[in-house]
Write a protein that binds this ligand. Structure first.
Ligand code: SF4
Length: 389
């Protein structure tokens, strides 16, 4: 799993089980990989954990990184266990000869090290010098550690400078990207439970990714870590940084025009489409007046109108079904779309569907009025354009 050097941005997560419990930890590693994690970090906090790693690493579907704090000997033990990466915390492994010993061993084995600076456990000398965990202090901590690694000609490095305060996290990584040229691991540390933790993580990580900063990411949520992996993967897909592998459900927020309970229909569609595991963008829209037009970019969608659902592909209505069958029809058509492609499904559209949909739409406009005032606006535009100067 390459990180940096133009490789796709990768998703990381971390197990929450006791590492010595090999079966439980492996089960969680598999769940994380299925949820979208490309790399999994596991704590190596005692000898039992290192022994567990020796059994876990060869059976893992993804690369395993050992998370090391305080005891450099556990980094050496993790390397012996065969891990594919180390994370060292410069705030609590501070003796240069210990860091150099780990670097020598990692270099011999071709294993990368992440210099994982964390605002909450910053080197106390740097805290004294900078007064608090400022972006400058976090970057100085990374530079100090890299200096020790450089003494052993160790260059296979990733860096993180995590902070729990989003603006400080963003500033720290911007400064880091301006100062050093290594692959960066992004994260908002101790972000907390969702939804707040998700919002903080997205705010920090997405801001940086959109600036071209960051090579691998981790959401640090107080939640099932599978949620972290899924959220990380989804973020990368939404930012077009990774190919879509799962469902992207878009839905209108509903309003007074809605002809169905949009929330209930969207939830039912989400459950059924996720079970079907289709890698497409699906729209659920509350009315046929605006729905198909506003969601024309979606691969497939459904809009509600006058007791019927209008199924559309790339904005073209292909079927009109009774309201009670909307979600099942959407699911059937989505499966066919993935199998046959959009052109084939548009060509196979029900005869009369487009006409029926257009009549439904006109009728609804008559009943509800045109909230967009399209006709009046066109008339006003024509009047202004043809006015004599
Ligand atoms: S699609 Fe229709 S129901 Fe949904 S928000 Fe737009 S106008 Fe309202």
């Amino acid at each position: 799993m390459p990180v940096g050097g133009g490789a796709p941005v990768s998703v990381q997560s971390m197990t929450t089980t006791k590492t010595a419990d090999v079966d439980k930890t492996l089960a969680q590693v598999y769940a994380l990989a299925a949820g979208g994690a490309d790399i999994v970090r596991i704590t190596c906090n005692d000898v039992g954990a290192a022994e567990g790693l020796a059994e876990i690493v060869p059976r893992s579907p993804v690369p395993i990184i050992a998370d090391i704090h305080y005891q450099y000997r556990l980094a050496l033990a993790a390397l012996e266990a065969g891990v594919e990466g180390l994370r060292l915390n410069p705030g609590n492994i501070r003796k240069p000869h210990q860091i150099r010993a780990v670097a020598r061993e990692a270099k011999d084995r071709g294993i990368p090290i992440r210099v994982g600076v964390n605002a909450g456990s910053l080197d106390r000398d740097l805290m004294a010098r900078f007064g608090s965990a400022t972006p400058e202090a976090l970057v100085a901590s990374a530079q100090k550690e890299i200096g020790y690694l450089a003494e052993e000609d160790f260059e296979d490095i990733k860096i993180s400078v995590k902070h729990s305060h989003v603006p400080s996290m963003v500033d720290s990584y911007r400064l880091l990207a301006d100062t050093l040229d290594y692959p960066l691991h992004l994260g908002v540390t101790e972000a907390g439970p969702p939804p707040g933790g998700l919002i903080k993580s997205v705010a920090g990580i997405a801001t940086l990714l959109l600036e071209g900063i960051g090579d691998t990411i981790r959401f640090s949520l107080t939640a099932d870590p599978v949620e972290e992996a899924k959220a990380g993967r989804q973020l990368l897909e939404y930012l077009d940084l990774r190919e879509r592998t799962g469902l992207d459900l878009i839905a209108c927020p509903s309003c007074g025009r809605a002809e169905v309970d949009v929330l209930a229909v969207a939830q039912e569609a989400q459950v059924k489409l996720e079970e079907a595991d289709l890698p497409i963008q699906v729209a659920v829209m509350g009315c046929v007046v605006n729905g198909p037009g506003e969601a024309r970019e979606a691969d497939i969608g459904i809009a509600a109108g006058r007791g019927r659902g209008h199924l559309f592909i790339k904005g073209k209505v292909v079927r009109v079904v009774p309201e009670a069958e909307m979600v099942d029809a959407l699911l059937d058509e989505a499966r066919l779309l993935v199998e046959e492609g959009a052109d084939a499904r548009v060509a196979a559209a029900d005869r009369g569907a487009a006409g029926l949909a257009s009549r439904d739409r006109r009728r609804l406009l008559q009943i509800q009025g045109d909230a967009n005032q399209a006709a009046a606006r066109r008339a006003a535009v024509v009047k202004v354009a043809s006015r004599d100067r």
